[in-house]
Design a protein around this ligand. Structure first.
Ligand code: BES
Ligand code: MN
Ligand code: ZN
Length: 495
């Protein structure tokens, strides 16, 4: 799908479909008005009959209107003209995308410039629309023997602007495209099964990403990790026949002296729970336990596409979590790279065991900030459901930045407390720290564990257990939180 922006009169467009907005009470947007006038009132006549629902996101496809060169006009409800929310705008674009996918139109013109969203500028609307439209074309059919050829995507999208087109607006299209491409990479890695997307596969993907972009990559093998003393990470890998990897990506878009933002992604390519085995039902979904890692790769892809002027390091500790003759057992004690000893009371709390060594490794980059991204706790799904990622941080400014980025990106997070009092829930009789807390507050105690390894820098943790994939009939990875992270880095790059 290609995206352009140009000035033009809606009624003169010859595209396969022209998309225009209608506000509630059949109030025509300026573009819809122009189309209505040229078609001798055809649109207002149809609207007067009540064929278009008032609710934001409702659509109506009209064919062969008189006086217009385009064969189709797609009307999209935008709700009240003075109260279009971020969500309503995004819903309207997504609904238009669905209608276009179902129509034979090969190209479409979007006249949604009048869809003013309070607090958001035209660049935001364009970037969001581009991202949503491109993301809607994503599919994962690599492992089907026959591809579904029935769905035909719109090939060209042109945004019709009523204001002067400057570089800022063109950059917005590139941003939306870059984020959707980053999401697509993250989705595909998440959707690929555990027998394909292994730690080695993630390493190969990272190398390919680095080769195609201005990124340096290094992959540490088991022996390298042993030398570094990553005893916690390696303990998780003991039950698996797949060799673990530690992937280091370095994107240097900023000045040499600029401190990098370090992104750390949990890369458990399959989480059986280990000896603390998970129940069988729905266990297939534990192939998604590397979505944190996937979001790091996706975000790096997005910022490299945009050539963002910022330095970013991506760290991906990756292994399977399997039961086996050499697997770690409940009660085992291991020594982390930080020197702290850990009593593994539950082998299913493995994410924090691989993250803690990566977080210690992150110190060597003297980071401006470290953000880890992990499908870490089922408790986070209980607390926030599938809509919102959990956010915990040792720095409130960093947390506020991430919350705002999530809002702007339509990829929201909510902060949970990381107060010292919760640290008392992590006590081990035999080691420095247990890998699980006492009962309750599972998302917080997991973050408290990580906090013991992040004292050297500003750090935030995103628990994406609920947001990284959808269950049910539409099962699949969501590409989150690539939009949030990319937005955050865009803001950081411009400050
Ligand atoms: N990968 C899981 C978390 C998870 C569970 C994500 C369900 C998505 C859906 C993680 O490794 C895990 O198993 N966490 C345990 C921790 C517990 C043993 C303290 C959990 O949440 O049950
Ligand atoms: Mn687990
Ligand atoms: Zn896990």
């Amino acid at each position: 799908m290609e995206f352009t922006i140009k000035a033009g009169a809606p009624e003169k467009l010859k595209n396969g479909c022209v998309v225009a907005g209608v506000f509630s009470g059949a109030e025509l947007s300026a573009s819809a008005k122009a189309l209505d006038k040229a078609s001798a009132g055809a649109i207002s006549t149809i609207l007067a009959r009540g064929d278009l629902d008032d609710k934001a996101g409702a659509t109506l496809m009209l064919h062969a209107l008189p006086g217009l060169a385009t064969p189709r006009v797609l009307l999209v409800s935008l709700g009240k003209s003075d109260a279009l929310s971020d969500k309503a705008y995004r819903d309207a674009v997504a609904a238009a995308a669905r209608q276009l996918a179902a129509s034979p139109a090969e190209d479409a013109a979007f006249c949604l410039g009048e869809a003013e969203v309070p607090g958001r500028d035209l660049a935001w609307r364009l970037a969001q629309a581009t991202q949503i439209l491109l993301d809607s074309t994503y599919r994962c059919d690599e492992l089907k023997s026959k591809r579904d050829e029935s769905r035909k995507d719109v090939r060209q999208i042109v945004f019709i602007s009523r204001t002067k087109i400057d570089d800022n607006l063109k950059a917005a299209l590139r941003e939306g495209q870059a984020i959707a491409e980053g999401m697509a990479l993250a989705k595909t890695l998440g959707n690929l099964p555990g027998n394909v997307c292994t730690p080695g596969y993630l390493a190969t993907t990272a190398k390919k990403l680095a080769k195609d972009h201005k990124i340096k990559v290094e992959v540490l093998e088991r022996a390298d990790m042993e030398k570094l003393g990553m005893g916690s990470l390696l303990s998780v890998a003991r039950g698996s026949h797949e060799p673990p990897k530690f992937i280091i990506l370095n994107y240097k878009g900023g000045k040499a002296k600029d401190k990098p933002v370090v992104l750390v992604g949990k890369g458990i390519t399959f989480d059986t729970g280990g000896i603390s085995l998970k129940p069988g039902e729905g266990m297939d979904e534990m192939k998604y336990d590397m979505c944190g890692a996937a979001s790091v790769l996706g975000t790096l892809k997005a910022i490299a596409r945009m050539e963002l002027p910022i330095n970013v390091v991506g760290l991906i500790p990756t292994t399977e979590n399997m039961p086996g003759g050499s697997a770690i057992k409940p009660g085992d004690i291991v020594t982390s790279m930080s020197g702290q000893t850990i009593e593994i009371l539950n082998t299913d709390a493995e994410g924090r065991l691989i993250l803690c060594d990566a977080l210690t490794y992150a110190e060597r980059f003297e980071p401006a900030a470290v953000i880890d991204i992990a499908t870490l706790t089922g408790a986070c799904i209980i607390a926030l459901g599938n809509l919102t990622s959990g956010l915990l941080a040792n720095d409130d400014e960093l947390a506020a930045e991430l919350l705002a980025s999530g809002q702007a990106a339509g990829d929201k997070a909510w902060q949970l407390p990381l107060w010292d009092e919760y640290q008392d829930m992590l006590k081990s009789n035999f080691a420095d720290i247990p890998n699980i807390g006492s009962k309750g507050a599972g998302t917080i105690t997991a973050a408290c564990f990580l906090a013991r390894f992040t004292k050297a820098y500003k750090w935030a943790h995103l628990d994406i257990a609920g947001t990284a994939w959808k269950s049910g009939a539409d099962k699949g990875a969501t590409g989150r939180p690539v939009p949030l992270l990319t937005r955050f880095l865009i803001e950081r790059a411009s400050r």
